[in-house]
Design a protein around this ligand. Structure first.
Ligand SMILES: CC(C)(COP(=O)(O)OP(=O)(O)OC[C@H]1O[C@@H](n2cnc3c(N)ncnc32)[C@H](O)[C@@H]1OP(=O)(O)O)[C@@H](O)C(=O)NCCC(=O)NCCS
Length: 155
């Protein structure tokens, strides 16, 4: 399948309305606008995927020393399953490599098969479980902790 021709750029304060709209429409358990705003203020790596001038995906990554954590990755619902999530993830891995990170971590809900498959196929491995980590309905659900080794994303 032909991959869409995307560009990537850092998120700006002025993008927050659009990013929030994509997030609310596309994620089952969306972040609030304040989370994105706080991420920008904290200096996290906040990147956008843009297609024909339209924001179609966003990702936030926090870096502490040589460890990066992907905090959120969302693709606009009407643009999913076209390779955008994979390209945005690869872009973030490149950024992590450029900043000298040795490990990349993330957490994914056990029920989120789409995201789990994406991470697995891009080279992440499951390294642990956080029991009852995320609220879900009236209960809780586990987080799967995944990591990528430097050989995979620095090569
Ligand atoms: C997870 C998400 C980012 C994937 O983005 P996407 O652009 O649709 O993904 P891609 O088209 O790049 O697909 C990459 C891989 O993801 C997996 N995947 C994506 N959609 C899937 C689906 N509906 N079912 C199963 N696997 C899926 C597949 O492994 C796919 O590779 P393949 O097409 O070669 O099989 C997107 O579904 C999303 O935004 N979901 C809501 C927010 C979310 O849950 N984010 C993750 C938080 S941890």
């Amino acid at each position: 399948m032909t991959q869409p021709s995307l560009t990537f750029r850092p998120m700006l304060e002025s993008d927050l309305e659009q990013v929030n709209a994509v997030e609310q429409q596309s994620a089952e358990h969306p972040w609030r606008k304040a989370h994105f705003s706080d991420s920008l203020t904290s200096g996290y790596t906040c990147e956008l995927a843009v297609l024909d001038g339209r924001i179609v995906g966003h990702c936030v990554m926090m870096t502490v020393a040589d460890e990066a954590s992907i905090l959120i990755l969302t693709v606009d619902k009407s643009f999913q399953r076209r390779g955008i999530g994979r390209q945005l993830l690869q872009h973030m891995l490149q950024k992590a490599g450029q900043s000298g990170c040795n490990t990349i971590l993330l957490e994914v809900r056990r029920s989120n098969i789409k995201a789990f498959n994406l991470y697995l196929h891009e080279g992440f491995s499951e390294i642990g479980i956080r029991k009852n980590y995320y609220p879900m309905g009236r209960g809780w659900e586990d987080a799967i902790v995944m990591a990528m080794e430097p050989d995979t994303f620095l090569s």
